[in-house]
Design a protein around this ligand. Sequence first.
Ligand code: G3P
Length: 225
Amino acid sequence: MKLIIDDANVDKIKKICEFYPVDGVTTNPSILAKSGRQPFDVLTEIRELIGEKAELHVQAVAAEAEGMLLDAKRITEVLGRSTYIKIPAVPEGFKAMMALKKKGYRVTATAIYTPMQAYLAGKCGADYAAPYINRIDNMGYNGVAVAKKIHDIFKKNELPTEVLAASFKNSQQVLELCEYGIGAATVAPDVIELFVKNPAINAAIDDFTADFEGLVGSGKSLKDC
Ligand code: G3P
């Protein structure tokens, strides 16, 4: 499972990239608005930071297919042809997805709440489909179960699309999907930082340090021996 950062705050992305093995960055119009910066200013900086080989997902904002194609053209002109174009999984979006795939774009179907949306996006040839785990949970359904079902639909129908699960609020949601072998999870920095936050882990490391310093002296490590 690929691990992707769901944010457009350059400082936060920098920090996560320094400490965690991540595969790229996803954004959406709300995330871009939260950055408070002009979209292509912040996106260009993110692309430079993560490099050409990392995944960058940017959402088309136009409501109709023709406009989505123009957004896609502009996105890839500025950020490179490898950039994934996020397209909402609605009828205008399906039309845009089919046209974009014919032109060789990378496509991430987004705003997915139901397996049927994902199945149709898969039929359109989308590279990824992004179910919103926590938002589905908040509607009284099971977001993880929906994502697993979508993964199974893709595999059983031999569709090339992978699940890129989004909207996480905790590690358990991410881990369950990792165990299931979905394609990718995109997670906000605050949630990534909770992945390895456990007093038992820190206590074990503190014990190792204290024992070793008892042997060789305070503040010393193997390089000093
Ligand atoms: O792109 C969709 C995803 O970022 C939604 O996350 O946390 O706003 O539900 P959230």
